[in-house]
Ligand binder design. Structure first.
Ligand SMILES: [Zn+2]
Length: 627
């Protein structure tokens, strides 16, 4: 029976492939909506009633679709490559998608497609936080480089309407197919700030308002395709990258735990040219299956993938059960254990310091941990997980080379940008279990969002809550220290930063901030030692080099100070602080002939800087120098 079924299945695939080859390759539109819970698209809590619903009327709704990671960049990397994070290596923000990976855009480009990506958040910007994600794309709609101030809109994230408008402009200018367009709508990610009329309509349910807004923009995009005659014959896929906790299992946002609230995503596939069929598939499917689904639709040669095409499911010729591997390494940034899970249609095993096992048929809410190490079901899932671990190639550890300024921007998006510190962890299972620290994460996350909205008081309260629960929280101490440093409360800053520096002596940002705060308190010797530590960890940090020079200068070591300023000027020749600091030392020594050329150079670099102009005028008025 099994054998006959398999032959029938293979024949059907052959027929399907033959059919696909006789037609022109279809346009492919992939729309990913960030932070989108499955229950907001299907079921009684649904608010995505326009875009997703329209697509569902002409396509296939997958009620049991899951992401492999509840984090934006790893989840998208899995959709774009069909590989699990263990293979593509993007475990967290800023991790590059390696050149060696074959992306969907590359496969489609080789099949003659024009390719374009329109992303809604800086976390997917291929020039900064998502290097390598633009592989195979002719156009990748990045964010303007170096924009540090002003509103979050256009700098950290874009409204769905702006992303869709850009995609429409590109399509209007590239009318001949086939085309592959990926559109990423970020709006449902917090802070939840839906625009009108959704804000008024969903008052008190702002997350739902954001979902309804993003869905309305999806609807607008589908209508644009339809109006241009590009809808019927296109393969269109709309899905989410991960869900949102909204308090389920104590998790407010996402990224820390592996429950279905953040792994379960909506997925609707409208096959090319098919008649409206409102099909519903309840089998478990995964983000990694989308790659094979799209590659098959084009008739392109098969690439290596961890997924399998979904089309046999909606054709009713596949009844093989899939299993999902899910991971999160984001807890490492907080000093907590990473998690790995295996989810079948009936059970879920979460490998954590305290292992969890759920019978999803009797307990879909994952509320009763029924883990028994000797249970047959546990052993079955554990064996599958071991096979997964053993089969996954071990990519060389990739140090994310992301600029500090960009990592600082991450905070405004609600993510911690510090070094995960994974390399210093001998045995992750000895770290605290993230489920025991979820309240700490909620408070730290709230603090980041409040600070990015300019609410220092609220941020301070949230940090105090986090530190009351976990006094030795590295991110708690460092965030509190940075906040107080910025607010000018230097004593409080030093108290927090000293503890953070003790917890993670290898964090360059904390060492630098501690040096900065000590310098402000005029404790120059202590500042010097913290700044030296920062520079040993990150010798290219310009601000630390200048500040160290200033500390040496205050301690009377003028020659040493000058050497640091010179080194800083070599690091960043466009900046003026090191030149001005050198000039001040020369002026102290009465050597204004040496100070003047430095100040002139600084004035050329920053013609609008009044303080440089004043200092230069003073230096030029002084009598000729001693040397
Ligand atoms: Zn996301």
């Amino acid at each position: 029976m099994q054998c006959i079924r398999r032959i029938a299945f293979s024949l059907a695939l052959l027929v399907a492939a033959a059919c696909a080859q006789t037609q022109d390759p279809p346009d492919i539109f992939l729309i990913t909506v960030d932070t989108l819970r499955a229950d907001r698209v299907n079921g009684e809590n649904a608010v995505a009633t326009r875009g997703f619903a329209r697509l569902a009327a002409a396509g296939v709704t997958f009620t049991q679709a899951f992401t492999s990671t509840p984090l934006t960049s790893p989840a998208h990397a899995s959709i774009l490559t069909g590989r699990y994070p263990a293979v593509h290596g993007v475990h967290d923000f800023g991790f590059p998608l390696p050149e060696s990976m074959t992306t969907l855009a590359e496969v489609l480009k080789q099949s003659g497609y024009q390719t374009a990506a329109f992303v809604g958040a800086l976390v997917l910007d291929s020039k900064t936080l998502a290097p390598g994600f633009d592989q195979g794309f002719d156009t990748y709609f990045n964010f303007p480089a170096g924009k540090k101030e002003g509103s979050r809109w256009g700098r950290l994230e874009r409204r769905a309407g702006d992303v869709v408008a850009e995609a429409e402009r590109w399509l209007a200018a590239h009318r001949s197919g086939p085309r592959f367009v990926w559109v990423h709508l970020y709006d449902p990610h917090d802070p939840y700030e839906p625009p009108e009329p959704f804000a008024a309509q969903f008052r008190g349910r702002e997350y739902d308002g954001e979902v309804a807004y993003a869905d309305s923009e999806l609807a607008r995009f589908l209508e644009f395709l339809n109006a241009n005659g590009w809808y019927r014959d296109a393969l269109i896929i709309a899905t989410g990258d991960h869900g949102e906790g909204l308090g389920d299992h104590g998790e407010d946002s996402h990224g820390i735990l592996l429950y279905d609230s953040t792994l379960h995503v909506p997925l609707v596939v409208k096959p090319a040219g098919d008649r409206p069929n409102r099909k519903v598939v309840d089998a478990l499917v995964r983000g990694v299956d989308l790659f094979a689904t799209m590659v098959e639709a084009v008739g392109a040669p098969a690439s290596k993938t961890d997924g399998t095409s979904l089309s046999p499911l909606w054709r009713g010729i596949d009844d093989s059960a899939r299993q999902l591997v899910a991971e999160t390494q984001y807890p490492l940034r907080f000093g907590w254990a990473p998690l790995l899970a295996l989810r079948s249609e009936s059970h879920k095993l979460v490998e954590a310091p305290r292992v969890e096992f759920y019978d999803l048929k009797s307990d879909p809410g994952e509320t009763r941990n029924v883990y028994q190490p000797w249970s047959e079901d546990v052993r079955r899932l554990r064996t599958a997980l071991r096979h997964y671990r053993e089969s996954a190639p071990r990519p060389a550890p990739q140090n994310a080379k992301v600029l500090q300024s960009t990592l600082d921007e991450l905070k405004a998006l609600g993510y911690l940008g510090n070094d995960p510190g994974a390399s210093e962890v001998p045995e992750p299972s000895l770290l605290p279990d993230p489920k025991d620290r979820i309240a700490v994460h909620n408070a730290l996350h709230a603090a980041m969002m409040l600070e990015s909205q300019g609410n220092d008081r609220g941020a301070r309260e949230a940090l105090n809550r986090a530190l009351a629960l976990e006094p030795e929280s590295f991110p708690g101490r460092s965030q509190a220290g940075m906040l107080e440093l910025r607010a000018g409360n230097h004593r409080a800053a030093v108290a927090h930063l000293k503890r953070a520096h003790q917890i993670r002596p290898k964090d360059a940002s904390v060492a630098f901030a501690l040096g900065d705060a000590l310098f402000a308190l005029k404790d120059f010797a202590a500042a010097r030692s913290a700044l030296n530590a920062a520079l040993q960890l990150d010798p290219r940090r310009y601000e630390a080099r200048v500040r160290l020079g200033e500390a040496e200068s205050a301690l009377g070591n003028l020659t040493v100070a000058l050497a640091h300023f010179e080194a800083a000027a070599l690091l960043q020749p466009d900046r003026t602080e090191a030149d001005v600091a050198s000039a001040r030392v020369y002026l102290t020594r009465g050597e204004n002939a040496r100070a003047i050329p430095l100040l002139r150079r600084a004035a050329r670099k920053a013609p609008d800087d009044a303080s440089i102009a004043t200092l230069l005028a003073e230096a030029e008025k002084r009598p000729a120098s001693k040397k």
